[in-house]
Design a binder for this molecule. Structure first.
Ligand SMILES: NC(=O)c1ccc[n+]([C@@H]2O[C@H](COP(=O)([O-])OP(=O)(O)OC[C@H]3O[C@@H](n4cnc5c(N)ncnc54)[C@H](O)[C@@H]3O)[C@@H](O)[C@H]2O)c1
Length: 230
């Protein structure tokens, strides 16, 4: 189960009207059905976050169906492997467009509805890789770090409007994306051992962490330290 899927189901259980928005129609519809089968409220909206018109339509449909938007979870994401000198410009753009620009467009088109409502909460799924690098993940690290900058700026600009913005930086969580990541390694078993030595053991999306995104075994927060004057 992916982080977004687990989050949507959790929000349904908490009583939210959930809009499951994903490029994967089959999985997205199945998640909305799961929420409804549990007696909660959900619809599915097809969206490709790299297409601004579709992101705008997602926000419009959400507001029209449920009368406004309280919470945005900008979670769509993927990765590309490769050292920077080997990475094609196309791969750089693809990851930046999904992970970073997609989050930007989601925020851009949802914030007007939050302003209208006088409140809101935005959570973007960044990654521990915003702070800690992993081998051959340069573009992913760059996109996830930029998402943290984006969220800080949104929090500052819209705090006075009662809109909060936070980034979630999960460690290694066993999701379809994570399995794809390890399978793409030359030695998946060794890679998992090495990555877990950096981030701690993999977590699950069925835990009780914030939005089911916090790995079970390591719950301490990574801290930033700013160094002034050299
Ligand atoms: N799994 C981990 O270890 C881990 C760690 C840190 C951060 N994350 C981040 O968590 C988020 C969710 O990843 P996950 O691990 O649950 O993987 P996942 O593959 O289960 O979920 C990613 C979701 O994004 C959707 N998506 C991809 N491209 C899209 C697009 N263009 N438009 C709309 N939807 C699109 C996919 O269909 C999928 O449902 C990602 O942003 C990922 O970078 C994951």
């Amino acid at each position: 189960m992916g982080i977004g899927q687990a989050t949507a189901v959790l929000f349904g259980r908490e009583g939210a009207n959930v809009v499951v928005a994903d490029i994967n129609e089959e999985e997205g519809k199945a998640t909305a059905k799961q929420i409804k089968d549990e007696g909660n409220e959900a619809i599915f909206v097809h969206v490709d976050v790299t297409k601004e018109d579709l992101v705008k339509r997602m926000a419009e449909m959400t507001a029209t169906t449920y009368g406004g938007i309280d919470v945005l979870i900008a979670n769509a994401g993927t990765f590309a492997l490769g050292k920077i000198h080997e990475l094609s410009n196309e791969e750089w753009d693809r990851i930046m467009n999904i992970d970073l620009k997609g989050a930007f467009w989601c925020c851009k088109h949802v914030i007007p509805y939050m302003l209208k409502r006088g409140k809101g909460s935005i959570v973007v799924t960044s990654s521990v890789n915003a702070l800690v690098a992993e081998p051959e993940l340069g573009v992913y690290c760059a996109a996830k770090a930029a998402m943290c900058g984006l969220v800080r700026a949104i929090a500052l600009d819209y705090g006075p409007n009662n809109i909060r913005a936070n980034a979630l930086l999960p460690g290694t969580i066993d999701t379809p994306m994570n399995i794809e990541y390890f399978n793409a390694q030359r030695d998946p078993v060794l890679a998992r051992r090495e990555i877990e030595a950096i981030h701690g053991a993999s977590g699950h999306t069925d835990g009780d962490g914030l939005l089911h995104g916090v790995p079970g075994q390591r719950r301490e927060l990574l801290r930033h330290r700013l160094v002034h004057g050299g």
